[in-house]
Design a binder for this molecule. Structure first.
Ligand SMILES: [Zn+2]
Length: 171
């Protein structure tokens, strides 16, 4: 039985580190140079220097499949396709972010900034601090939030197809 006792904590650690229930040690902290090596110039400019991609340029605007949107820097799951909507702004938009299934904490961190006397809410990846975009309060129900996200900060992973969907595609 010793193997089983040994394996369980390992499994928990893998699960915890992939869902966003993070202790300080789970944070991804790389140097500027390390990020530059991992990312394209545009990904680096947007996620690490708080830049903004040009509107209507993201390929993710045209993605309508079921799946998960992840952080381009550290792979943390940030948004589900079921909360994506067409905001007309030219940036991928979601009305809700993904939560950790274990402790319910938000995988997207909100940072408030004062900007010309108004509060501006920046959104960042909880694991690596990547700048994602902003959150506004003019979104659709049920949350009323609009997460306006730079597509370059995300990757999309399609959900595995069910047998029926695969059969339809094959025929
Ligand atoms: Zn990240």
């Amino acid at each position: 039985m010793p193997e089983i006792i040994f394996q369980i904590p390992g499994l928990c650690l893998v699960f915890l580190s992939c869902c966003g229930a993070l202790g300080p040690d789970d944070r991804v902290n790389l140097t500027r140079e390390e990020w530059k090596e991992r990312l394209t110039e545009e990904q680096y400019r947007v996620t690490r220097l708080r830049g903004t991609e040009r509107s209507f340029t993201s390929e993710l605007l045209d993605v309508h499949e079921d799946g998960t949107y992840k952080c381009v820097c550290c792979d943390l799951e940030l948004f589900g396709s079921e909360t994506k909507f067409n905001s007309g702004t030219g940036w991928p938009s979601f009305y809700e972010s993904l939560k950790c299934p274990i402790d319910g904490s938000d995988n997207v961190e909100l940072i408030k900034h004062m900007h010309f006397g108004r509060t501006n809410i920046e959104t960042r990846c909880r694991r690596c601090g990547a700048h994602l975009g902003h959150r506004f309060d003019d979104g659709p129900p049920p949350t009323g939030h609009r997460y306006c996200i730079n597509g370059v900060a995300l990757t999309f992973e399609a959900s595995p197809k069910t047998d029926t969907e695969q059969e339809i595609e094959d025929n």
